[in-house]
Design a protein around this ligand. Structure first.
Ligand code: MF3
Ligand code: CO
Ligand code: CO
Length: 270
């Protein structure tokens, strides 16, 4: 068994889908303010994807085995919500942190990316969690090159998170992506170096660590989708879609508003 790689033509399309997903985040950023309901954010993103970009919002009606169809076009995960927060009537308030996760389909290919946003000034702890989670994602990305193993990626993320007193969610992971939203391999955000799939040029997958300020344990809400921390501690997540290149990696989910990589990753890598 091995992991499929993308052709040069597929990669061109993945770059477009990735940029478009990231541009939805650029578009929605200025709208994220106290008083906005998360379903208003969903509506704005949905209309932008469908009418402006002519992309398909991949989450809408997405129904993996064992799940009911996802009812919205984006995920909005506020404070102690780990992932898959379903947009609703609740309004954002000052001090909240919110992950917006966007997946678009363009020309048959998926682009999947998420960022954290602050609603007004965050607490010191919330800011630290969001910043460290961003660095966790980048510690994982920095491991990506042909011949490296997925366990190297997971280990880098886990080590950085735990050395800063945070915990890594185990039940959800990054994933291969292309014509399918979720395909092989599973990209765990913890692990042992030198284990797991060997990376090859042409593979595309997401890295999307979910990091908790408290314990790692999670539970699902009655809606069947929304995942929260059991101890109600804050949780953060960032996500990029990446391509393994001959020399390292290329980020597929890049647009004008993409935050800069941390200094430790700002070296030649492609
Ligand atoms: N975008 C999420 C991911 O990163 C998946 C969301 S599935 C949904 O894999 F149905 F909740 F949208
Ligand atoms: Co993803
Ligand atoms: Co996502």
């Amino acid at each position: 068994m091995s992991i499929a790689t993308k052709s040069p033509e597929d990669i061109v399309k993945m770059r477009v889908a990735g940029r478009l997903a990231s541009e939805v985040l650029d578009f929605i950023g200025p709208h994220i303010k106290a008083g906005m309901a998360t379903d208003e954010i969903d509506r704005l993103c949905h209309d932008y994807m469908v009418n402006v970009q002519q992309t398909v919002p991949a989450p809408l009606n997405y129904a993996p085995p064992g799940y009911s169809p996802y009812p919205k076009s984006i995920c909005t995960s506020v404070n102690h919500v780990v992932c898959h927060g379903v947009p609703g009537e609740r309004k954002l308030k000052t001090g909240d942190i919110v992950n917006i996760d966007i997946t678009v389909i363009k020309d048959g290919f998926h682009g999947d990316t998420s960022r954290m946003f602050y609603v007004g000034p965050p607490s010191v702890q919330a800011r630290r969690l969001c910043e460290m989670t961003y660095e966790c994602m980048w510690h994982g990305i920095a491991m990506v090159k042909p011949g490296a193993r997925l366990g190297d990626v997971g280990h880098a993320i886990q080590t950085y998170a735990e050395s800063n007193g945070f915990s890594v969610v185990r039940e959800f992971c990054g994933h291969g992506i292309g014509r399918k939203f979720h395909e092989e391999p599973q990209v765990l955000h913890y692990g042992r170096p030198g284990t797991g799939w060997v990376l090859e040029a042409g593979m595309t997958f997401t890295i999307e660590p979910m990091i908790n300020a408290g314990r790692a344990d999670i539970r699902a809400l009655a809606d069947g989708w929304t995942i929260v921390t059991k101890d109600h501690s804050l949780s953060a997540q960032w996500e990029h879609t990446v391509l393994v290149t001959d020399r390292g990696y290329e980020i597929m989910t890049v647009s004008a508003g993409t935050p800069a990589p941390p200094a430790f990753a700002a070296l030649p890598h492609a």
